[in-house]
Design a protein around this ligand. Structure first.
Ligand SMILES: [Mn+2]
Length: 324
């Protein structure tokens, strides 16, 4: 699938804009940040007179911020300050932020674009929708855009894009890694981007507290031979004991999903406001759609990675865990 016409329109939107708002999803990940900062580099270099602002609800986590050091995002803005709006990564979230209501105004016709590798449909009728679910990451789509318009990548911009691709493919291990993804990564490396750098920050940089928490989860892990479910539990007390935060929980369900004989993993963790969060993972070859399980509990996500929340607390009763 090529997006020649769409990319041409995107280039036109950026060319005609004066004040551009790039919006990425709340709790931004490396793909959201990488794609926004890369697009920002392009606009800065090509059109120095234009103003670009990057908006997200939350600041990136400390660890992730190391990959995007001297760049900043804002968490407040007013619509009047902008004439053009670009959305990157996980389109549907922007509905929840109320963007679609405001941007329906006719003055924004041909001034909005949505760039995503998650297929969530058009953001606003008539808005430019560049969605390629064959791409591993939004960063891969931004790379394709740069390629079409012959934008010469410097090593920093190449690193931004590699950060997102490396993160969203789990270090080129997930099934979204295509031959084209690797060709893209290889070209980005040729331009000076480093895999070692992004791997160190994203995957090889765990604190002792994080690993202690993972230890608790592993200690409690159980494998149900009938369902193939690998399950574990983390309470608020565990977090306190390990001096850990909810951010340290990321990765536990992936780890449990590597247990041989498992079909999917489930991690239940206590959250503020009397909630228990469930995090589900599976793998392409296991042929399980965990989003079906999540939907039964009014949650969401996609086939291999989903989640839901239930009210209650985790409690150990006669050797097994229940939600009370
Ligand atoms: Mn992404």
């Amino acid at each position: 699938m090529s997006f020649i016409e769409e990319f041409r329109k995107l280039a036109a939107i950026l060319e005609n804009a004066q004040n551009i708002l790039l919006t990425i999803h709340p709790r931004p990940d490396a793909d959201a940040l990488g794609s926004a900062f890369a697009l920002n580099s392009y606009i800065e270099k090509t059109f120095p007179a234009k103003k670009v602002t990057i908006y997200t609800v939350d600041q990136p986590g400390k660890q992730l911020a190391q990959l995007f050091k001297e760049y900043s995002v804002v968490n407040k803005f007013s619509y009047q300050d902008f004439d053009s709006f670009i959305f990157l990564d996980r389109g549907s979230i922007f509905y929840e932020l109320g963007f679609n209501k405001f941007l329906l105004k006719p003055q924004f016709l041909n001034k909005i674009a949505n760039i995503d590798h998650h297929n969530k449909g058009a953001l606003i009728p008539d808005a430019l929708n560049i969605v390629n679910s064959k791409s591993s990451a939004t960063c891969e789509i931004v790379y394709d855009f740069f390629k079409q318009i012959s934008f010469k990548l410097d090593f920093k911009t190449a690193q931004f894009l590699l950060n997102g691709i490396f993160a969203d493919t789990g270090g080129f291990r997930h099934s979204n890694t295509s031959p084209k993804t690797l060709e893209t990564a290889s070209d980005l490396m040729r331009k000076g981007a480093s895999i070692t750098k992004v791997n160190r920050v994203l995957f090889a940089n765990k604190s002792l507290d994080t690993l202690k928490l993972w230890g608790v989860a592993l200690e409690r892990a159980q494998l149900n031979k009938n369902t193939g479910m690998a399950v574990s539990f983390i309470t608020k007390k565990d977090l306190e004991k390990c001096h850990a935060t909810i951010h340290d929980l990321g990765g536990i369900s992936e780890m449990l999903n590597t247990i041989s004989g498992s079909k999917f993993s489930l991690v239940l963790s206590e959250r503020p406001n009397n909630k228990v969060k469930a995090s589900l993972r599976s793998d392409e070859h296991k042929k399980i759609d965990v989003s079906e399980i999540a939907r039964e509990f009014k949650g969401g996500g996609h086939k291999l990675s989903s989640g839901f929340e239930i009210e209650g607390k985790l409690k150990k009763l006669a050797g097994s865990w229940i939600i009370e």
